[in-house]
Design a protein around this ligand. Sequence first.
Ligand code: OAD
Length: 235
Amino acid sequence: MKRLLILSGAGVSAESGIKTFRDSDGLWENYPVEDVACIEAWYRNPSLVLQFYNERRAQLEHAKPNKAHLIIASLEKHFEVCVVTQNIDNLHERAGSSHVIHLHGESTKVRPENTPANGKGVIDIGYKAIHLGDTDEHGIQLRPHIVWFGEEVPMMTQAIEEVEKADIMLIIGTSLAVYPAAGLIHYAKPGTKIFLIDPKPIHVSGIHITQIQKVATEGMQEFQKLMMDEDFFEK
Ligand code: OAD
């Protein structure tokens, strides 16, 4: 089976009702990133940070995977699929994807605040809220299991290995504005066919990319048709 690497961002979940970050009325317009998504914010005002992620979790409980997540999952019948996502939601897993790498953490998980992202003590809390004073069994305050700005991205090593093995790469719903995730494309081996689905044109210099300028649900249907075309890989 050929290997298909999918790099997803907030746009893949937009049609499930989850806001993107940088579109107009996106999350960062309503919550300054420096107040809720960086380590300094956690030290300065942990209650606000907890509240922000409590809201994300509560919203996720009522969101459903959309057709784009479902098609991505169904492609496992024909390809060895690895999804590398910048999203902290669990919609890829709920759609049935079995190999998902979360670069920026997961909103349904927390860990003691003194533990690194790849350390022990990660707890799955589902859609519950956490507050100041909620601790692990040793009395250490719990924090969201999220990679904030200014923190290491421990899953990058594994993500790079997966990109290097890919025969086909699909980038979907990401502005490619945040590094190191945006740099993953440069690890694709020569000859890898690279596609990008986004309603806006996304510029990547020096790499040939086939853009499908559509929203995720429509773009994925077009991509799926291409992948099912037996002649495609001969061309
Ligand atoms: P952005 O908000 O930066 O980009 C979202 C992309 O999705 C844009 O290119 C939109 O055009 C596109 N988009 C919008 N609606 C879409 C739809 N229905 N179908 C397909 N695409 C659509 O989000 P990300 O690139 O995911 O990190 O942001 C990367 C990281 O920045 C996030 O993981 C988060 C954020 O700060 C952290 O919080 C650490």
